[in-house]
Every structure is written in C-alpha cells, then in structure tokens.
Design a protein around this ligand. Structure first.
Ligand code: AMP
Length: 271
C-alpha cells in the first residue's frame, strides 16, 4: 500500500478508482465504506485529513484523535491501494477559494455549525480534483453531509458517482463514530438511547400517529437521562427542512450533547 502526503505524488487513475474520504481515527464504519469501495472500483483510495475548515472555533479540531499509524495498518489490512494523508499546508493556500452549497445547509448542522458545510464541500471538491475518483463512498451516518455532497456534485457537474452507505452500529445501537472515544463507560451506555428514540419516532411516522407528540416525548426522555438535545426532527432529505408529510424521502435526525461530547445520528423513514 502506498501512502502519499503531497498532491504531486498522486497518480492519475488508470483503472476505475473508488475514493473513501475520511478524517482518520478509523473504525468499523469507515471500514464498511472501504469494503463497499472495493466492490465499486478496481482501485481503492482512502484520504485521511482532519480538515480544519469544517471545525468551528470552539469545536474539537485540536483534540480530534489522529492515530495515523493504526489507520494505515487498518487500510493495509483491508487491501486499500493507497492512502492520501496531506498536511494542512499542502491542502490550503493562505486565502483559499471555497465552495458554498445553499438550501440543504440552511437548517440543523448548517445552522448550528456556521461554516461547517462550506468546509466540507470545499475539501470534498478539492479531494475530487486531486484524486479524480470515478466513484466516492460516504456514510449515511452524516445524512445532511450526504445531501450537501449530492447537491455539490449535481450543481457543479462533477463527474463523480456517489454511493451512500448505511450506518454501522455497535450492538447497543450506538452509531460508530470517531468521537465515541470521548465517551465514558456510563455515557456510552446512555448513548444507546439515541437509536431507540429515533426508532420510536420513525415508527410513529410509519403508523400515522402524532409525530410531533412522539418527538416531544423522546426529547424529554433523552433529556431525562442527561442529553442536551439540539434537535430531534422529521426532515425531508431533498431540502433538509422539517416535514410533517414526507415519508418516502424522509428521515428522523438527531443531534445533542452528552457531557462535552456532541453526537449525531439519524434513521431513514423508508430504508
Ligand atoms: P469522518 O472520518 O467522521 O469524516 O467520516 C468519514 C466517512 O465515514 C463519512 O462518509 C462518514 O459518514 C462515514 N461514517 C462515519 N461513521 C460511520 C458509521 N458508523 N457507519 C458508516 N459510515 C460512517
């Protein structure tokens, strides 16, 4: 497996290239994307870059885990062809151009984390430019990010196919995340309740019960076990605005804090 740290080293594709963009601290969720990438492309590239422009000033950029050696071992074991792991200086000039994606960034993560999706859209556009993948694989775990990237590719006519893959969970139902390392044992147990609440809300929608009431009940029960809920909402995936009607393209999305750790998760109404 090759490891490139500069843009100039990255070869142009000669076979169908599948890219899995990550910020490292790889876990089974990331590896499930790598396995999908192996099915979709003849060559698999993983990028590992903790992208500073997608972190807000009070977020965890500096303390975000960076176990690069371990990540490289995992990639090697999965049969990844090459890893692209550039420095911040390699990726950004002093006054860099940036990409903005409207509409789907107006609410939820876009509202709570100003500038976050500008950072995401910009780095993804750059990675597509550097690595020239035929197909790129992303996780539905970051559902709004998927909507942003789909719109980025559509609106800028980027010739990259996209694959969005299901969220890998622990047995408890907790979505795997690099940020789970911040959780204490007790918090990890409590975190299992996020998925239970998402499932209850989804069921209420599917059974045409009062979704509003169920959502409010679930917010209360999450807060009762220690969460500070930022949102628990039924959304339309095409606009990423709230909905009370769209089941077909709908999802329930959650974000909240448990102690100092911010967790997000979601469930599709119809999978
Ligand atoms: P990150 O390193 O957190 O930026 O994530 C890199 C990619 O892995 C993104 O496309 C995420 O949506 C995806 N991902 C993160 N957690 C999971 C998970 N539990 N299951 C599947 N994909 C995931």
């Amino acid at each position: 497996m090759k490891v490139f740290t500069t843009i100039a080293e990255v070869p142009l594709p000669t076979v169908r290239r599948a890219l899995v963009p990550t910020m490292g601290a790889l876990h089974e969720g990331h590896l499930s994307l790598v396995r999908r990438a192996k099915e979709l492309g003849q060559e698999v590239a993983v990028s590992i870059f903790v992208n500073p422009t997608q972190f807000g000033p009070n977020e965890d950029y500096l303390r975000y885990p960076r176990p690069l050696e371990r990540d490289l071992e995992l990639c090697e074991r999965e049969g990844v062809d090459f890893v692209f792991a550039p420095s911040v200086e390699e990726m950004y000039s002093p006054s860099p151009a940036k990409v903005q994606v409207p509409l789907v960034t107006e609410e939820f993560e876009g509202k709570l984390r100003p500038g976050h999706f500008d950072g995401v859209a910009t780095v993804v556009a750059k990675l597509f430019g550097i690595l020239r993948p035929d197909v790129a694989v992303f996780g539905l775990k970051d559902l709004q990010q998927c909507a942003v990237i789909q719109k980025l590719v559509n609106d800028l006519n980027l010739r990259v196919e996209l694959a969005f893959e299901p969220t890998l969970r622990e047995d408890s139902g907790l979505a795997r995340s690099s940020r789970n390392v911040y959780l204490s044992d007790e918090e990890r147990k409590v975190s299992a309740q996020i998925y239970q609440s998402l499932r209850k809300c989804r069921l209420a929608v599917l059974e045409d019960r009062d979704a509003e009431e169920t959502i409010q009940e679930e917010i209360s029960s999450l807060e009762a076990v220690g969460f500070k809920v930022q949102y628990l909402e039924w959304i339309d995936r095409s606009t990423f605005h709230s909905t009370r009607t769209n089941k077909e393209n709908g999802a329930i999305v959650f974000a909240g804090y448990l102690g100092n750790t911010r967790l997000i998760d979601n469930i599709l109404i119809t999978a």
